[in-house]
Design a protein around this ligand. Structure first.
Ligand SMILES: Cc1cc2nc3c(=O)[nH]c(=O)nc-3n(C[C@H](O)[C@H](O)[C@H](O)COP(=O)(O)OP(=O)(O)OC[C@H]3O[C@@H](n4cnc5c(N)ncnc54)[C@H](O)[C@@H]3O)c2cc1C
Ligand code: FES
Length: 245
């Protein structure tokens, strides 16, 4: 774990109440996709966990949705502002678990950490099919970014205003997608439905309210097949067979 002071380079709205923030700073503590950073915000005792959306040797990109005061404060940040974050938190998606064809399923802002994962998979010469679910067409984000990686992208919207009407699992039911391993991130009901719909192996990034974010307070504990596990330190990525719904 490393505490880094980043500088905001860009902080732009990409969907209603959803922002894309690019930061410059020391990213040497970040190992790969699946990890998150813990962001310090003025007046907030607890840092806020946000997934690594993209990362290179000196920039870190986050995609976040404004849901409360902490993320509201992030949305007000301007280029040049400083932001303190703990990096190197959480485990990574296992890109070697996929033989050649990966299915990536994201619900809402849960699409964010799948982008770096798709980049890593494509860099290994693997095929990525991405299914993104939203409530409505105006919430769609990152579709082009995934497409620019040469991933095949499918959209589901609850109101049918774009793509397949319904959930990401409706896309699985209707389209004949070919994959040997899946990765998913999104709201808990979506992850549960994905585990029910897909017979094959895969892994899922879980979200829990966090305290320390570094394994000390046990505030983020969930029950798994192997006993209690901390989402921040033992996850956030868990194998499908380890999760108990
Ligand atoms: C490992 C991890 C990675 C995450 N990655 C992202 C990301 O990439 N982009 C993003 O937008 N958000 C992400 N989140 C969720 C993000 O941490 C919360 O939305 C944020 O902390 C809310 O802070 P706030 O001060 O704005 O809202 P708060 O005032 O803290 O909360 C506002 C509302 O959001 C709910 N809430 C807050 N945190 C969570 C949570 N962790 N799970 C479920 N409900 C919550 C609260 O119950 C409350 O109803 C992630 C969470 C975890 C645990
Ligand atoms: S948040 Fe403290 S142990 Fe996970």
């Amino acid at each position: 774990m490393k505490e880094v002071t980043f500088t905001v380079l860009e902080n732009a709205g990409i969907a209603p109440r959803t922002f894309w923030m690019k930061l410059s700073g020391d990213t040497s503590g970040i190992r790969g996709s699946g990890e998150f950073v813990q962001i310090a915000l003025p007046g907030k005792f607890l840092r806020r966990p946000i997934s690594v959306h993209d990362c290179d040797w000196d920039t870190l990109t986050l995609v976040y949705k404004v849901v409360g005061e902490g993320t509201e404060a992030m949305s007000a940040m301007r280029p040049g502002d400083k932001l303190s974050a703990l990096t190197g938190l959480g485990n990574n998606f296992d890109i070697d678990a996929c033989r050649s064809k990966a299915l990536l399923l994201g619900g809402g802002v849960g699409a964010a950490p799948l982008y770096l994962l798709a980049k890593e998979l494509c860099a290994q010469g693997k095929e990525a099919t991405v299914v993104l679910g939203f409530n409505t067409a105006e919430e769609i984000m990152l579709e082009e970014d995934f497409a620019n990686l040469n991933a095949r992208v499918h959209i589901a919207t609850m109101d049918g205003s774009a793509g397949t009407r319904g959930f990401v699992t409706d896309v699985l039911r209707i389209k004949n997608l070919s994959y040997d391993y899946f990765y998913a991130c999104g709201p808990r009901p979506m992850l549960r439905a994905v585990c029910g719909a897909i017979k094959g192996p895969g892994e899922l990034s879980m979200e829990e309210r966090m305290g320390c974010g570094a394994g000390f307070c046990y505030g983020c504990t969930i029950q798994t097949a192997g006993g209690p596990a901390r989402v921040c330190a033992d996850g956030p990525v868990f194998k499908k067979e380890d999760l108990i719904w």
